[in-house]
Each structure stands twice: as structure tokens, then as C-alpha cells.
Design a protein around this ligand. Structure first.
Ligand SMILES: Cc1cc2nc3c(=O)[nH]c(=O)nc-3n(C[C@H](O)[C@H](O)[C@H](O)COP(=O)(O)OP(=O)(O)OC[C@H]3O[C@@H](n4cnc5c(N)ncnc54)[C@H](O)[C@@H]3O)c2cc1C
Length: 443
């Protein structure tokens, strides 16, 4: 990118690319610390986004951002998560109120169009200079430690900003990781998803109405996420080899055919009508080699995304915004502490994907399914598991010994059933193998 005349270049302390949960969290937190922050989002809000089930650990952050009441107004209370196993012929509900820390008994489920709008409007209200419909197109790291970003507005106008620090919160577009060539497909995981919104789905009664339900089926699993106004998000997460069997069927037909193979879900959708076109996302599991440099950070999905099964994406994205704000403040205010601050940022960014992925990689394993169907609380392992499911992994809740015991019990159970464990390992290797991109995602 050629550098523009200084007079045309706008100055700011921090430029944030992306106004999803990560970008709309870090931006107002930096304004509170006294920085001039510009945020660009190529979309205009409200805009559709998948990822509607939130975690209890998010609630204190809503308070801190000053959006708790607005989120409550658009959210469906989610007291727990239900897992349905057709092979066991039963369901098991995990209530967040039984987690180790009893102070976070529920989360919310939200339409992301509304939720992301609440967050980005909050950022603007707090003093962030927000430009919607403005796409970052090029970046140049200057020798004087500043960074220039060029962007294009919807009307074709080009604009350039010079910042002391750059935040990439561009989500799955992975703006910086693409330019650096550091984004890699996750060799340990491989999934695709097809999803739509339904009205008239059969929900549980009372408080259980807001529970997320996960249904395992032969080729993966389904989510069933009740939201306000009778809208329920239903998604089929499947191994990519199965996606290839779609053939000439439309995405909607493929989803409906999949639902028909899972009787407990089909029963809950038998009177439901689709109210949003079916969409799909392919091979979404990836990680970037690094999440920071001297004057830039990669947050949320712009750094890594593993799998949606534990609804961790929005929480990890927003939490990366919190630790990102602390990191940038340390770098700009006390340059001598920058190295230490960036190292801490790196550790915390890797913690979330690491802890969730141990469970994600095993969630379709039959031995793990036994553990989920018949949970026991010896050595408080169930409480600790619930804390992970609640997203309570960054604080001081002392769950780690019990999590270690949970993992030990799982390995012992696998050693006790070697044939079953071996077959499951073999099946997983088959499931996650790389297949050519079926190119059906927008069909
Ligand atoms: C199938 C599926 C199901 C999921 N379900 C859940 C769930 O139930 N619960 C959950 O917590 N998470 C879920 N997730 C994950 C969740 O959607 C993401 O982790 C979360 O949205 C990440 O937030 P983010 O701010 O990093 O990125 P995003 O929310 O993607 O926001 C990125 C923003 O950057 C903007 N942008 C991109 N490129 C540019 C550019 N060049 N210039 C300017 N702006 C740009 C985009 O317009 C967008 O608004 C799911 C993900 C998938 C794939």
C-alpha cells in the first residue's frame, strides 16, 4: 500500500477492524482508558451472524460494559444444556447452577443481529469512532512503529488511518492471519455446519424452555437453541465427508433429511416452519500461528476457532477483548512492560482453545458420551465440568485438579474397554480426514 499524504491520513491511538463481540468489547474498554479508538466494520448492523448461545461467564462482562439490561431484554434465559443420546435412548441435563461457582446460574440465547447491534452501539455511545459499511482493505506496518490501514466505504470513498496499535477482530475473515500467511486448518478437527431458524418448534416447559439441546446423530450432532419470539436456531454439525453426500439436494432439503434421521429432534420440529434461509459453513476449525506482534493483536475468531459444541466462541471473543485492552494499555503506557504483557496475552489466548478442545475432540466418542449420560460428582468432577461448560476457566475457581481427575477417569475407562476405544479412535481419524471442499456451502 502506498503511503498517502500526511494531511489525508486520520490519526488514532488504536484502530480496530471488526465490530463483532471481540471488536465491540475491546474498543469501549480502551476509550475508558483514555485512548482515541476507531472501529471499522464492513457490515451494517443489525446483520445476521451465527453463534447464538452464550455462556454464564459472559454475564459479569455485560455488567462491566454497561449492557446487562439490554442483553437481558433481547435474551432467552438459558439455565443449562441438555444432551440427547439416541444410542443410550436418554437425555441428561446439566444445570449451570450446579457448577463449582454457584454465582453464575444461567446464560442467555440471543439473535446475534440484535446482540451485536447492542454491543457496537454501546461502543459508539462510549466514544468509539465507529464506521459501519467500511471495509479494511490493506495494512502497512511503518518503520516508526505506527501502522496504516486503508479502508473502503460503501460509497467507494477510500480512507486511511494511522494508529499506534492495530486490533484484528475481523472474525472468520482473519484479515491479518491471511495477509501474514499464518492461518492453518486444524489437523485435529474438521467439521461443517448447516443451520436455519424455525418458528413453532416444540420447547420444554417452564425454566427448561431456554436450555440448549445437543442431539448426537450418526454423522455428528445437532444444536437446538431456543430464542425469544418463538425463533429456534437449529444446526447440523457434520463431518465433511458426509457433507459430500448432499449431491443435488438444496441445503434446506439436506438439513431436513438430516433432521429426519434424528427422531427426538424431528419430533420437536414436526410443526415448525423455517423463518430464515438455510445457510452453511465449511471446515471451520483453524488456528493462526501467532496472536500478536509488537503493535498488533488478533482477537476472537480472527485468531482461532475450533468448534461450536460448547457455545464458547462469543465468550472467548469477548474475553480476548478484555485481556487485549489490558495488553494494549500496558504496551502504550509502559513500553518497558510490553514484552511481559504480550506474553501474558499469548498465554491467555491459547488457554481457551486448549481447554475446550480436549472436550471438543472427544465429545462424539462413545466413552465420553457415557460420561455425559451418567455424570458422577466424585472429587467434584461434575461441578468442574459444569464450570468449563459455563466458560469459567479464566478466573480463580479451583477446578483444575478435578478436571485432571475427570480426564484420568476417561483414560482409565478407555483402557478398560480397549476395543471400543480403538474403534472410536479409528472412526474419528476417518471422520476428520481432509476431503476436497464440496463447494456446496451456498447451494
Ligand atoms: C456453525 C457455528 C455455530 C456457532 N455457534 C456458536 C454458539 O452457539 N455460541 C457461541 O458463543 N459461538 C458460536 N459460534 C462462534 C461465534 O459465532 C464466533 O466465535 C464469534 O462470533 C466470534 O466473534 P468475533 O468478534 O471474533 O468475530 P465476528 O463475530 O465474526 O465479527 C467479525 C466482524 O468483523 C467484520 N469484518 C470482517 N472483515 C472485515 C474487514 N476487512 N473490515 C472491516 N470489518 C470486517 C465483520 O463484518 C464482523 O462484523 C459458532 C460458530 C459457527 C461457525
Amino acid at each position: 500500500m502506498e503511503v498517502q499524504a500526511q494531511s489525508q491520513i486520520q490519526q488514532c491511538d488504536v484502530l480496530v477492524i471488526g465490530g463483532g463481540p471481540a471488536g465491540s468489547t475491546i474498543a469501549p474498554l480502551l476509550v475508558e482508558k483514555g485512548y482515541k479508538v476507531v472501529l471499522l466494520d464492513r457490515a451494517r448492523h443489525p446483520r445476521f451472524h451465527i453463534g447464538e448461545s452464550l455462556l454464564p461467564a459472559n454475564l459479569p462482562l455485560f455488567e462491566r460494559l454497561g449492557v446487562a439490561e439490554e442483553v437481558k431484554a433481547i435474551g432467552m434465559v438459558k439455565p443449562g444444556a441438555e444432551f440427547v443420546s439416541t444410542t443410550h435412548g436418554m437425555a441428561q441435563v446439566f444445570h449451570f447452577a450446579e457448577a463449582w461457582d454457584k454465582s453464575m446460574p444461567h446464560a442467555y440465547q440471543v439473535q446475534r443481529a440484535e446482540f451485536d447491534t447492542v454491543l457496537i452501539r454501546n461502543a459508539a455511545r462510549k466514544g468509539v469512532e465507529v464506521h459501519e459499511g467500511c471495509k479494511a482493505t490493506a495494512v502497512e506496518f511503518l518503520g516508526d512503529e505506527n501502522v496504516q490501514v486503508r479502508a473502503r466505504h460503501e460509497d467507494g470513498r477510500e480512507q486511511t488511518w494511522q494508529a499506534r496499535f492495530l486490533v484484528d477482530a475481523s472474525g472468520r475473515d482473519t484479515f491479518l492471519a491471511n495477509r501474514f500467511g499464518i492461518k492453518h486448518r486444524n489437523p485435529k478437527h474438521n467439521s461443517s455446519a448447516i443451520y436455519g431458524h424455525f418458528a413453532g418448534a416444540k420447547r420444554h416447559e417452564g425454566a427448561a424452555e431456554g436450555n440448549i439441546t445437543i442431539f448426537w446423530f450418526e454423522h455428528g450432532w445437532f444444536w437446538f437453541i431456543p430464542m425469544p419470539n418463538d425463533v429456534t436456531s437449529v444446526g447440523m454439525v457434520l463431518w465433511p465427508y458426509h457433507m459430500k453426500t448432499k449431491g443435488a439436494r438444496s441445503l434446506e432439503q439436506f438439513l431436513r433429511d438430516g433432521i429426519a434421521t434424528c427422531p427426538p429432534l424431528a419430533e420437536r420440529l414436526k410443526d415448525a416452519q423455517l423463518v430464515h434461509p438455510v445457510e452453511a459453513t465449511g471446515n471451520f476449525s483453524y488456528v493462526s500461528e501467532r496472536n500478536h506482534g509488537r503493535n498488533y493483536l488478533l482477537l476472537g475468531d480472527a485468531y482461532a476457532f475450533i468448534d461450536p459444541v460448547f457455545s464458547s466462541g462469543v465468550w472467548l471473543a469477548m474475553n480476548s477483548g478484555v485481556i487485549g485492552a489490558e495488553t494494549i494499555d500496558a504496551c502504550l503506557r509502559e513500553p518497558a512492560r510490553a514484552g511481559h504483557a504480550l506474553q501474558r496475552f499469548d498465554q491467555l489466548m491459547r488457554l481457551g482453545p486448549r481447554e475446550f478442545s480436549w472436550f471438543i475432540y472427544r465429545i462424539t466418542n462413545p466413552i465420553m458420551r457415557d460420561f455425559f449420560m451418567y455424570p458422577k460428582n466424585i472429587f467434584r468432577v461434575k461441578e468442574a465440568l459444569l464450570s468449563v461448560l459455563a466458560g469459567d476457566i479464566f478466573g480463580k475457581t479451583p477446578i483444575w485438579r478435578s478436571i485432571l481427575i475427570f480426564k484420568g477417569l476417561y483414560y482409565l475407562a478407555s483402557l478398560g474397554q480397549p476395543r471400543r476405544a480403538f474403534m472410536a479412535w479409528k472412526q474419528r481419524r476417518f471422520n476428520i480426514r481432509k476431503v476436497d471442499d464440496p463447494a456446496v456451502y451456498n447451494a
